[in-house]
Design a protein around this ligand. Structure first.
Ligand code: FES
Length: 66
């Protein structure tokens, strides 16, 4: 399902980049496009990042070590 219509990325793409180490919303936008434009998708991206952190113990560990 499309999450961001301005940049044309999907929830699956967000989950993929979170699983490969994106631990913040701004990281996701850098990897998948650019800065948010209309920002309507930011809450959904934020929720996906939070969920990805919970699903990936390594990402939580990496964040704690920073
Ligand atoms: S829908 Fe994502 S920036 Fe507009």
């Amino acid at each position: 399902m499309y999450v961001c219509l301005c940049h044309g990325f999907t929830d699956s793409q967000v989950r993929d980049v979170v699983a490969t180490g994106c631990t913040s919303v701004s990281d996701v936008y850098r990897r998948l496009g650019d800065l948010p434009q209309c920002r309507k998708c930011v809450p959904e991206v934020c929720a996906l990042v939070r969920q990805g952190r919970l699903d990936c113990p390594d990402a939580v560990w990496m964040e704690a070590a920073e």
